[in-house]
Design a protein around this ligand. Structure first.
Ligand code: R5P
Length: 232
């Protein structure tokens, strides 16, 4: 049996996602190691003549996209995206997500909200029966009074840990902090997202509920697709 690394499984799933990109589309470009494979695959297609424009969700993605010849829309005006393609940290059976492991959740959520369709690409280890537990929920907060914000989040659920990098608070591209909220099983992601967003100081949460149109999973047995459940 061929042994696949997780990175190779992400790459195979990302290649499948790029099949959905058509000439003339405006694409939301996600952030992270999976999104990187998607951008490299788009670069290949651009070299064979594909014409698209992209909206990047981070500086890292913008730099890579430019290097691959993807024309970027960098204005802050209104854009309508035909499709956004991104990774995730966890996915549940309803295709609700935890995102923000790399700190890009704010732009990623703005882009997901602007896209007609959101394709999420993961390796099979990201699929979980319930969000939470093994992966803390990233919450972007304003630095002012972050300790008070953390207490109020903990009053809702879990333990809020300030994300650090090299001994200092990690700063998002917007200059905010990230609190990683260690929670148990998230039984009602939609309700938790609403409650967390009501805490003063919270800019955005890494919960993505009802946004995924299609999930593409890289597994050792091949790439598997799951469409979003019908909403009543
Ligand atoms: O902030 C980062 C993003 O939400 C990423 O899409 C997420 O962390 C998944 O990253 P990766 O594809 O590297 O596992």
């Amino acid at each position: 049996m061929i042994q696949h690394t997780l990175d190779e499984l992400k790459r195979q799933a990302a290649l499948k996602a790029v099949d959905y990109v058509q000439d003339g589309m405006v694409i939301g470009l996600g952030t992270g190691s999976t999104a990187k494979h998607m951008i490299l695959a788009l670069g290949e297609r651009i070299r064979r003549g594909l014409k698209i424009r992209g909206v990047p969700t981070s500086q890292e993605t913008a730099d890579l996209a430019r290097s691959q010849g993807i024309a970027l829309i960098e204005s802050d005006n209104t854009w309508t995206l035909d499709l956004a393609i991104d990774g995730a940290d966890q996915v549940d059976p309803q295709l609700c997500l935890i995102k923000g492991g790399g700190g890009a959740l704010l732009k990623e959520k703005i882009v997901a909200a602007a896209a007609r369709q959101l394709i999420i690409v993961v390796d099979h280890t990201k699929r979980v029966p319930m969000l939470g537990n093994s992966f803390p929920l990233p919450i972007e907060v304003v630095p002012f009074g972050w300790g008070n914000t953390a207490k109020q989040l903990e009053a809702i659920e879990g333990k809020a840990v300030l994300r650090e990098r090299e001994g200092r608070p990690f700063r998002t591209e917007a200059g905010h902090f990230i609190l990683d909220l260690h929670v148990g099983s998230i039984t009602d992601p939609a309700d938790l997202e609403i409650r967390l967003n009501q805490v003063p100081g919270v800019v955005e949460t890494g919960l993505f509920v009802g946004r995924t149109s299609l999930l593409i999973v890289g597994t050792p047995e091949g790439v598997v697709l799951q469409t979003a459940p019908q909403r009543s």
